[in-house]
Design a protein around this ligand. Structure first.
Ligand code: ADE
Ligand code: ZN
Length: 355
């Protein structure tokens, strides 16, 4: 239980110091999965700059330095504002393929073997970009990345809840009409509103074989998580950190073994938490919740998955706890059972070598 001891330092993406190189190598060597990362939020600033120029999107700043400043978020709605502007730079099949190829290569370089990636489908539909364009682009690059890097990607199309249930209906219609087999789930994100109006929509998605994967309790309070569980029949909760404010909810999540996608740096950068030392990740693990570690929108938050493991280590989580997070990710994924067994055995072997 050493990992319960809190360290005050917070890792930033500066790479290993010599004292930290043991844990750094351990984090690198752990085979990992990413279960909560947004494709559009994975765009590197250089790509954003090029695509903004290509499609003449004025809402995006025109230098790398200005983009870095743009990524200093005042609060969560401000983050969403910036996200919505940057999404406008994705217009044709080549843009979606390029973003997917780059995202997959970066994940593979961190020893990420499998990722379930959110796609803000409605944000493209609303601009007149057909679902076929999005799916053709991301599918082409997904297959190529699997051949080239061995990484497997699966998709979670979603819609912004604050845009209303009709936008969710339109998104689901497009998924059911044009979505490839690699779509595993359906999600709702953006500014957090009540999940109650989406009850029938998610019932329709589930009936079509899609997993219910909503954001809930990122900053909207425990009630959103109750709704996600009871009304949307969520199989995982995106963020869910507000659950810790309701002991009954913690008990429900623990008993049902519902996985929670946690992204500490995201929560810090959107100001869902004030300082990293107040982040509930260690308490969530102590409470017996099935927590996984994720990046959300990595370049927008100045992070990647290796860094999230460093940040978790900085919160006092030792190698055993980091390995538990990696194992939880595998368990909470929609990988087949044989792949889960193999990855879990590999995590155990990396941990045994570290010890
Ligand atoms: N879309 C992209 N990132 C998001 C987040 N952290 N919460 C809700 N919607 C999002
Ligand atoms: Zn998210």
């Amino acid at each position: 239980m050493e990992w319960k001891q809190r360290l005050s330092s917070v890792a930033v993406m500066t790479g290993p110091s010599s004292a930290a190189s043991g844990i750094e190598a351990f984090i690198r060597d752990l085979p990992k999965v990413e279960l909560h990362v947004h494709l559009e939020g994975s765009m590197q600033p250089g790509t954003l700059l090029e695509l903004a120029a290509k499609h003449r999107v004025d809402a995006v700043p025109d230098s790398l330095e200005a983009i870095r400043n743009w990524y200093a978020f005042r609060d969560f709605p401000h983050f969403i504002e910036v996200y919505l502007a940057s999404v406008q730079t994705l217009c044709d099949e080549e843009d979606f393929a390029r973003l997917t190829a780059d995202t997959a290569a970066r994940l593979a370089a961190q020893n990420v073997r499998y990722a379930e990636v959110h796609v803000s489908l409605y944000n493209h539909l609303m601009r007149g970009v057909p679902a076929r364009v999005v799916f053709d682009g991301i599918e082409h690059a997904r297959r190529e990345a699997e051949r080239e890097h061995g990484i497997r990607l699966r998709w979670i199309p979603d819609f912004p809840g604050d845009f209303g249930v009709e936008t969710g209906e339109e998104t689901l219609d497009a998924v059911l009409k044009d979505g490839p087999e690699s779509v595993v789930g359906f999600g709702v994100g953006s500014v957090e509103v009540s999940r109650e109006p989406f009850t029938d929509l998610f019932a329709r998605a589930r009936a079509a074989g899609l997993r219910s994967l909503p954001h809930a309790g990122e900053n909207g309070g425990p009630e959103r998580v109750w709704e996600a569980l009871d009304l949307l029949r969520a199989e995982r909760i995106g963020h869910g950190i507000d659950s810790m404010r309701d002991p009954r909810l913690v008990e429900r999540l623990r008993e049902a073994g519902i996985p929670i996608d946690v992204s500490p740096t995201s929560n810090l950068r959107t100001r869902a938490v004030e300082v990293i030392d107040e982040h509930p990740l260690p308490r969530m693990m102590e409470a017996g919740l099935l927590v996984t570690l994720n990046t959300d929108d990595p370049p927008m938050f100045g992070t990647d998955l290796l860094n999230e493991y460093r940040v978790a280590h900085g919160m006092g989580l030792d190698a055993d706890a980091l390995a538990a997070l990696a194992r939880n990710g595998v368990a909470a994924s929609f990988l087949d059972e044989a792949a889960k067994r193999d990855m879990t055995a590999e995590i155990d072997a990396v941990l045994a070598r570290f010890r």
